[in-house]
Ligand binder design. Structure first.
Ligand code: PMP
Length: 401
């Protein structure tokens, strides 16, 4: 049989999807499974989104569309940018894609040659590593351990950017940690970015509407609008509007970058489909109360998770203020045994496997995000499952010998 391309040796299925798959298998066998694994919102978009999609279906042209994105979609995105305090952009600064994942891949493909430096913080969202590896970039990880609240500090970024990576990718609020940078922290990091003009900066801000405790959302561009010639903002419908499967993502940045993405779209996908475009326009320009309301619910769930974790001796968890993830350091369990099953816990992966087998609770091992001392809890399961899931989690730790 002929061989696959060499680059496929570096391509793998997302670890998050693998956990979700195992949980699905156990469920199919009749096990009572509670999934804290996948990061999907627990709400659907408002009826106006479905109405727009239905209407578009009625008059769908069935034709190819714009490589950049339909004008109506770009305009709706421009309105969304303004609402986020990012003004002064035009359609020429924007491009769309099949979800933020696709936009991020395209951006990396457009900006990175093989061997170019690609810097981002650890813990990172899994796909950053996958994208960098597939493109043959020189990945430069910036470790942000729990002792550092999982956040980059200015001196660390300064040292990293002094190596002149081609791209620095920044994620705020963070998946997997849920941490949110304060205005002061963003201001200090923006000053560092300003001192290193050789690096493109991608800000993956797809959770920016999900910020709690009044900390607010801040981007380098709010503090230093002069960085607009090399800071690229990425957003998506998936989390904010409860539309992960609709697959629509966006970028705003320098015209030359938006044009490059338009060219890549022309090669990869041609266009975001018409019906999806209509739904996306409705979500972006319709009532914004759905995302607002969700935030309050998420903050309450976050508190519930932290309260449970606080009852487990030795588990340490910086307090997240956004997204819908909690990322506790569970390394206290390493070297112990789950007494009722006899399963030995040597690592985060073994812990997650044992937790799933023994208690039917699915979490993602931290090593999937580059932090093997932790695991990720995504708290968007159905309301009725949250408390029992947390109780089983706590019981599991209580049963360690
Ligand atoms: N960035 C981050 C930080 C994410 O968590 C995700 C989805 N889990 C994405 C990008 C991709 O989002 P989508 O492709 O659904 O728009």
């Amino acid at each position: 049989m002929p061989q696959l391309a060499r680059r496929m040796g570096r391509a793998k299925q997302s670890a998050i999807m693998l956990v979700a798959e195992r949980a699905r298998q156990l469920k199919a066998q009749g096990r009572d499974i509670i999934s804290f694994s996948i990061g999907v919102p627990n709400f659907l978009p408002g009826p106006h989104v479905y109405a727009a999609a239905r209407e578009a279906l009625e008059r769908d042209s069935g034709q190819y569309g714009s490589n950049r994105g339909a004008d109506a979609l770009l305009d709706a995105f421009l309105g969304h940018l303004e609402a986020a305090g990012l003004t002064g952009y035009t359609r020429a600064n924007c491009a769309t894609g099949i979800g933020a994942k696709h936009v991020l891949f395209n951006l990396c493909e457009a900006l990175l040659d093989p061997g170019d430096g690609f810097a981002f913080a650890t813990p990172y969202w899994t796909s950053y590593l996958d994208i960098g590896e597939l493109l043959g970039a020189d990945i430069q990880l910036l470790p942000c351990p729990p002792e550092q609240d999982y956040k980059l500090v200015p001196a660390q970024l300064d040292a990293a950017l002094a190596r002149k990576p081609r791209v620095f990718l920044f994620n705020n609020p963070s998946n997997p940690t849920g941490m949110v940078y304060t205005r002061e922290e963003i201001a200090a990091l923006a000053e560092v970015v300003a001192r290193h003009p050789d690096t493109w900066v991608i800000t993956d801000d797809i959770y920016h509407r999900m910020v709690f405790d009044g900390v607010g959302y801040h981007n380098f561009l709010h503090l230093r609008p002069d960085l607009r010639d090399r800071v690229i903002f990425v957003d998506s419908l998936s989390k904010t509007y409860g539309m992960p499967g609709w697959r629509t993502g966006f970028m705003a940045g320098p015209e030359v970058v938006a044009k490059a993405l338009t060219a890549l779209n022309s090669t990869h996908i041609t266009n975001v489909p018409e019906v999806v475009t209509a739904a996306a326009v409705a979500a972006l320009s319709g009532p914004q109360d759905v995302p607002q309301a969700q935030c309050e619910g998420f903050a309450r769930r976050r508190d519930q998770v932290l309260e449970m974790l606080a009852q487990i001796p030795g588990v340490v968890c910086p307090r997240p203020q956004g997204a819908f993830y909690v990322f506790p350091d569970i390394s206290v369990a390493f070297g112990r045994t789950h007494a009722p099953t006899g399963l030995r816990i040597g690592s985060d992966v073994e812990l997650c496997n044992a937790l799933l087998e023994a208690k039917g609770v699915a979490c993602v091992p931290g090593s999937a995000f580059g932090e093997p001392r932790a695991l990720r809890i995504s708290y968007t399961c159905p309301e009725a499952q949250l408390a029992p899931g947390l109780q089983r989690f706590r019981e599991f730790f209580a049963e360690l010998a």
